[in-house]
Write a new protein. Structure first.
Lengths: 230, 135
């Protein structure tokens, strides 16, 4: 295919129609000297950045414009531990869990490039475990808000009605990303363990999986700052 | 670094023994070209520790009820530091070529325009609501 395009471009007029589109876009030029999958993952993450920014921006917009006081987030996400009420502690623990998982993922990528098959598999599964823990804590948080505090997407007894819609939309979408990431990690970890990437001669898929996972952590950094600390 | 390379050879050899000869060949072929994005483990551990420290500070801002500009400048600073380290080190952006950095990092800047416009619009909506609904 590549040879065809090269020879036809050299000898005859440019191709037209759909083959022309393919020839132009693949015209033996390589803009980014990284594996194809990695470039595509970056493009996907770029689009995801826009989605999450739209959510956070609309949250900012409705929070600025509401005339009803916003619920006290620090108090809403407080937990009673040993008879003492500690503000925002659940979210702090969730943040630490996600950062820990990001660290183990970075180590997994490093071990992959060193071709430690067992270490890479183990670190990826540990990362998936932390991810699952995070989703579990989020499920606990949602249950607490829905069942005990009576928060709904359209109304809540704590303050501005927009609180519920923003909270469920933003953390729900992030939670879905984490859940999908756990599945993704397990699938790739299984392939690492089976020796698939040794046969392929490259562990770059582990790094691509890592990009996705670090992005999930990255989004949480912004959610933590803007939703929970505002 | 030399120790790491030596280790890699040993592991590659193990793989060749453990699987078909094709696997060993592929591993050897992959080994000849330098593997992308291999960095010392220490740098990851340092960033990891830093992320914990920044997160703890962010939490303490809320815990000690800091308010006003101090609260916001600290929150934004820690947020940007964490985001920067994750993208630069964990996602290896620091070691990518400039073409990829530009392609990925410049488009999100136009989101700042959206954020600015929506902040202005939010203020306007609030003022309108106060003027018309809360006499």
């Amino acid at each position: 295919m590549a040879e065809n395009v090269a020879t036809s471009a050299a000898s005859t007029a440019p191709l037209s129609g759909l083959p022309g589109v393919v020839a132009d876009w693949s015209g033996d030029k390589n803009a980014f000297p990284v594996p194809w999958g990695k470039a595509m993952m970056w493009i996907f993450l770029l689009s995801d950045t826009f989605i999450f920014t739209c959510f956070l921006t609309s949250y900012m917009n409705v929070r600025i414009s509401t005339t009803v006081p916003w619920p006290n987030v620090s108090d809403v996400f407080a937990l009673e531990i040993g008879g003492k009420r500690i503000p925002l502690i659940l979210i702090a623990i969730m943040t630490m869990v996600l950062i820990t998982s990001s660290g183990t993922m970075a180590m997994a990528v490093n071990m992959g490039y060193r071709r430690h098959r067992a270490n890479t598999t183990a670190l990826m599964l540990i990362t998936a475990g932390f991810g699952a823990t995070f989703v579990g804590m989020q499920a606990f948080e949602w249950t607490k808000l829905i069942v005990h505090e009576g928060v709904r997407p359209w109304a809540n007894p704590l303050g501005a009605a927009q609180f519920g819609s923003c909270f469920f939309m933003i953390t729900g979408f992030h939670g879905l990303h984490v859940s999908a990431g756990v599945v993704y990690l397990c699938v790739v970890a299984k392939r690492v363990w089976s020796g698939f990437y040794d046969r392929k001669g490259s562990y770059e898929t582990v790094e691509i999986t890592g990009l996705y996972w670090h992005f999930v952590d990255l989004v949480w950094v912004f959610i933590f700052a803007f939703f929970y600390l505002w | 670094m030399a120790a790491a390379v030596g280790q890699e050879v040993v592991v590659g050899h193990e793989v060749a023994v453990g699987h078909e000869s094709a696997a060993g060949h592929a591993a050897a072929a992959g080994h000849e070209k330098a593997e992308g994005q291999q960095h010392p483990i220490a740098i990851y551990l340092w960033i990891w520790i830093l992320l914990f420290v920044f997160s703890t500070f962010s939490y303490l801002i809320d815990y000690f009820h800091l308010h006003g500009y101090l609260r916001w400048s600290l929150i934004i600073t820690f947020m940007l530091l964490k985001a920067g380290f994750i993208v630069a080190i964990f996602m290896h952006m620091a070691w990518e070529r400039l073409a990829l950095k530009f392609a990925i990092l410049i488009p999100p800047l136009c989101l700042l325009v959206l954020i600015g416009l929506m902040a202005i619009e939010g203020d306007y909506t609030l003022l309108t609501r106060l003027a018309w609904f809360l006499h």
